[in-house]
Ligand binder design. Sequence first.
Ligand code: DC
Length: 233
Amino acid sequence: MNRKMIIAIDGYSASGKSTLAKNLSKKLKYTYIDTGAMYRSITLLAIRKKIFHSDLWNIKNFLPFLININFQFKWNNKLNRTDILINKENVQSKIRSIEVTNKVSLIASIPEIREKLTIIQRNFENKQGIVMDGRDIGSNIFPKSDLKIFMKGSIEIRSYRRFEYLKKKGKKISYEEVKKNIFYRDMMDLYRKISPLKKPKDSIEIDSTLISTEKQLNMVLQLIENIKFCQKK
Ligand code: DC
């Protein structure tokens, strides 16, 4: 019998983590958990509560809203994707806005918020077979994952891909602005005090700069086959 695995995919913004994670979860029929979407959903709530209009460090006023927060990941048959629901509201199409993207790193650097999400993310362990992507999955959430992937890519290619994606969605933003935002998020991810972005020692690194998404998927599927083979022995 094949044991279902926990696969952790971490790495830089726009390095292709979510594309790889989605492709893997479809292929393996595993649950896909997008932890960036969880930080983005909380950012959306904070924007709605006008947290950023006051002193952010009055974040304590916002924390009570997080006490009974509830997340669900649901497969959307019509759009062939996994949607995120926060407190039963489907926010999938609202969390990629430029406003949310510009504020999410700030939200993700607040210890109380990370602690809350860490508990919720670890609870997904009881789902049979998960692919989870983020910044601290292999290093902090599931340090005993069966497979840890760490993704990187040149800032130019990551910015270009994100710019093309946003252009297709009809968003009016320049390549330079996208690059500035990605650089800012890299810095926030790398240098925050709690759970910064760090390549776990036992992870496999993929530099997506020159590797197609199809090749990345095949490489990881091959790795999984090797792990299963070794586990059987
Ligand atoms: O993967 P993403 O771009 O949707 O993530 C949004 C932000 O959330 C990103 O700027 C970093 C943060 N994040 C994090 O700090 N830890 C995670 N596990 C996932 C995302």
